[in-house]
Design a protein around this ligand. Structure first.
Ligand code: ADP
Ligand code: MG
Length: 481
């Protein structure tokens, strides 16, 4: 494990003048095809649909990835889907694994409290829906695909991400005289229609014709068009109505009837799809927690349930990577081996040896708190300082974090387009593979890979979120090697 030497990257396939022209065409395409987000510069863009739109940040051309790696990532999706379901059924494993974390992390503690309440009333979820994204980087030194994390709540960009492969194919066709790229090497991406289909199938299993899908949203959301893509498919392909509610609206307008039916604003809810609720910021008061509990107590299908949500925590990721833990949940040895192959080094901080190594060589590690949504990880000198301080403080404070091996993907030169401006930069990419899982008691209705998200960022940036402003949306260009 050492920082890989950086080979000289190849220049991008077009010169800056041609890139500028392509970027203008591409930005117009985004506006015409709904590859848009709310513009930070317009305060109303996060609350009023159709106001203050700007093209989503994108990479001008798709990122190269060996086809064999792509296949490997796709194969992992149904195995991870099943794993989440199995782990979610072991309530004691979840409670025990997170017991130290809860003492120092209030957010995890609140989630566990709801989980515990559901244990006490022996609440069983018959219809279980998971919409996931497993994120990976290709480690340059070992040429291995390593998992960054598995997102089990509020996985973003199925809507916009699907459009980027169309954009890239269009550009490759249009500028064929400048680029020696083949459009068929950009894999199609049906993430938005696949996710909508999974929501629709869950709705069908729930089997109440008048019921709606309820999307839980943040009061302000500049990424609302990503979400509206799913709403559109639900309506146009499946005839299902989606309502959008914040957690505080659910608290004000919602009730659970004696038979378990969740009624919000007078409408029966079949499926609750969370696009909020993954960060402490989404729970500014007791009102939001009370809405989360209300939903959990109802018989509506929750995407995700509190158990599925907890399986996606970084602490559980680290626990699952310990020796012999996967074997508790899966029988198939080949599948276990495939999962283990993509696990990077993960450690809890009660391992003194690894804490010492991380203080000595912080550049080889990432320190992660139990947070989602980008911008929370600690790197480099900050990592050293934080670990040294926490060690001095003693007590359980270290339990709020996990340590992870830092992955070093290959950097290449590319054009990134943001706010109508095209920049050339040295970039690295992160591949996300979507997965959908739907189960009704013993019947697995859906277990599949459901498209992908490529995100690209300048290699000097530690964080990766698109919404958080670090990365741009990208697609894939499959290569032989
Ligand atoms: P979040 O829940 O905030 O999305 P992640 O674990 O996905 O947390 O980390 C955020 C970003 O930090 C990732 O998208 C990736 O760009 C970078 N990152 C995370 N873990 C690693 C790692 N082990 N090596 C290199 N980069 C990482
Ligand atoms: Mg992430």
């Amino acid at each position: 494990m050492s920082a890989a030497p950086v080979p000289a990257p190849a220049p991008p396939p077009v010169d800056p003048v041609a890139a500028g022209e392509m970027a203008r065409e591409a930005a117009a395409w985004c506006a015409l095809h709904g590859l848009v987000v709310g513009d930070r510069a317009d305060p109303r863009s996060a609350t009023v649909p159709g106001v203050g739109l700007v093209h989503a940040p994108f990479s001008l051309l798709p990122a190269h990835l060996p086809e064999s790696i792509w296949r490997q990532a796709c194969e992992l999706a149904p195995i991870f889907n099943e794993l989440v379901d199995r782990v979610s059924r072991d309530r004691k494993f979840l409670q025990d694994s997170l017991s130290k974390t809860r003492q120092v992390d209030d957010f995890t503690s609140r989630l566990l409290e709801i989980h515990k309440k559901m244990m006490e009333i022996n609440k069983d979820e018959n219809i279980r829906l998971g919409l996931y994204r497993s994120d990976y980087m290709l480690d340059l030194e070992t040429n291995s695909l390593l998992q960054i994390e598995l997102n089990t709540i509020s996985t973003s960009f199925p809507g916009l991400g699907s459009l980027v492969s169309d954009l890239h194919r269009t550009l490759i066709n249009q500028y064929g005289h400048l680029l020696s790229l083949e459009p068929k090497r950009v894999p199609g991406n049906a993430a938005s229609s696949k996710f909508a289909e999974a929501l629709a199938r869950a709705w069908a299993e729930f089997n109440v014709d008048s019921a709606v899908v309820m999307m839980i949203v943040q009061p302000e959301e500049r990424n609302m068009y990503d979400q509206y893509w799913l709403t559109k498919y639900l309506r146009e392909s499946h005839g299902i109505t989606t309502i959008r509610k914040t957690l505080s609206q659910v608290e004000a307008e919602g009730q659970v009837l004696p038979d378990g039916t969740l009624l919000v604003d007078g409408k029966k809810v079949a499926v609750v799809y969370y696009r909020a609720g993954y960060t402490p910021n989404d729970y500014p008061s007791e009102t939001e927690w009370s809405a989360r509990l209300l939903i959990e107590q109802s018989c509506a299908v929750k995407c995700p349930s509190i158990s599925y949500h907890l399986v996606g925590t970084k602490k559980i990721q680290q626990e699952l990577a310990k020796p012999d833990v996967l074997e508790r949940f899966l029988e198939n040895k080949e599948e276990i081996a495939k999962l283990r192959k993509c696990f990077a080094g993960l450690w809890s901080l009660d391992n003194e040896e690894i804490v010492k190594t991380a203080i000595e060589k912080p550049e080889l590690f990432v320190l992660k708190p139990q947070r989602e949504g980008g911008g929370n990880n600690i790197y480099g000198l900050d990592l050293r300082e934080t670990l040294t301080r926490l060690q001095k403080e003693g007590g359980d404070a270290l339990a709020a974090y996990i340590l992870m091996q830092r992955i070093f993907p290959k950097a290449s030169l590319a054009y990134l387009v943001r706010g109508g401006i095209c920049h050339e930069g040295l970039v690295i990419s992160e591949l996300g593979v979507y997965g959908a899982y739907l189960r009704n008691k013993d019947k697995v209705v859906i277990n599949e890979q459901s498209g992908y998200l490529m995100r690209t960022k300048v290699s000097s940036s530690d964080e990766g979120g698109v919404a958080a402003g670090f990365a741009v949306l990208d697609s894939l260009y499959l290569t032989d090697k």
